[in-house]
Design a protein around this ligand. Sequence first.
Ligand code: ME8
Length: 519
Amino acid sequence: MSEAFYVTTPIYYVNAEPHIGHTYTTVVADMLARYHRLRGEQCFMLTGTDEHGDKILEVARERGTTPEAVATEYAQLFQQTWDQLGIQYDRFIRTTDPDHRVVVQSILQKVYDAGEIEFKEYEGLYCVGCERFLTDRDMVDGLCRDHERAPENRSESNYFFKMGDHFSWLAETIENNPDFIRPERYRNEVLAMLSEESGLGGELCISRPKERLDWGIELPFDDRYVCYVWFDALINYLTGVGYPDQSEFETFWPAAEHIIGKDILKPHGVFWPCMLHAIGAPLPRHLNVHGFWNLDNRKVSKSLGNLISPIAMDERYGFEAFRYFLLREMVFGQDSSFSEPLLIARINADLANNLGNLVSRTLNMTNRFADGVVPTPGAQEEAEAVIEKTAARVAAEVDEHVLSLRPQRALESIMGLVDETNRYLERREPWKAAKDPDRAGQVPTTLYTCCESLRITAVLLSAFLPKTSQEILSRLGLDSPLEEASLHDLTRWGLLQSGLPTVKGPPLFPRVDVPEESK
Ligand code: ME8
């Protein structure tokens, strides 16, 4: 049986609209699922919404409506956004889905029966934005570091998961599996959280009394309480693939790749592995952590209200161009800045001038000098052999970069092939060679080499820019969907058949003018 690949995004809170941050994580997951599908693996992508908790109740109260209504409105908004943008998820999970409630309750009962949950009084500073009690490290000048608002003093009797019992096992596991949390800096952060000096308590509050919050999943062992959101939310990753006994679970869980932003490293790097260990489930394959998109040097977030909508970007620049920018610009793991001039500069340099130019020059000249069909090449000379070797090297590099979660490097590498082919075309100058009796015989080989390099470029781009890739392939006379062959076979040089009818078409990515106000 083929290898499996399971990729997840965080499930997003339903209190605001999808923005650049959610879009980045979701696009990375979509790109990975598409790439692994092309490698012939059996893939499953999970995304969805996190709907319980104080925050949603707060919004519902402000609006004079029910939490169900708010949750449904935003869940639909997220789902419609991903549909409109062509994200190929396999399930959109909502924490209010009935199968999720069953799984959460069965896990709570299991952990309770194992004696890992205790009931006691707790007092602390609680941030409604984070949905949790804060530690000193979470605060700056008395305010929550992430939400820039003052936490509330709260005291109540609650149920606690004794996760500290798993800390030494977890630290050892992380040490022994150095790439479980990647990139490395986040592994070190989690190890620091687990060290005694960090002040991270060994107990995780997992309940809320219903008298204060009744919007949640009821505890199976005490109906006066509902489950605290992180415990409920993290379990979505298990529900999504049929925990505990559906066959998908066996197939996909050991191949799980979580993609998250660094803001939720603690729940995923500490709470989640301890929960999994407590129920005897294996850990996911990797926890992949990216940095923040910043705007004016501040994190883009719903609470700060400085949103960049993927739908607006789609309308203004086309989603493929925005998707390219996100994947190319951010070094996975580090923070990045967003600005429209930066986006425009990327579109113009990489997509319009480099890729778009190669497509239009190659196909225009194929039209002029080869009757619009892929020509039959003659013998390769050194210059053609260099392009063939570059294509093979780039295909290997892309594979390595994608598997190591370096989308930016993979795209850099693909654009290197485009660049090299553009330079080859400049040197061969078929527009002049066609008129020179000594060199005219070279033209079919030159054009074939450019067409074949473009075909391999389109195959390699297909997970990153699915529509652009299809468009290039169909202009080269190739209409069958890529899924029918494997990536390895598709990147072999020489597969492009001579005689296929090509199409010139309009510019793939027209140059974008920098708006007056940004100059
Ligand atoms: O935390 N830059 O949901 P959430 C990059 N429900 N990524 C960003 C970002 C930014 N400025 N802002 C948000 C939650 N993200 C929980 C998750 S999972 C079991 C529960 C992305 O709606 C990034 O992936 O606040 C981040 O981790 C996630 O959105 C937080 O989404």
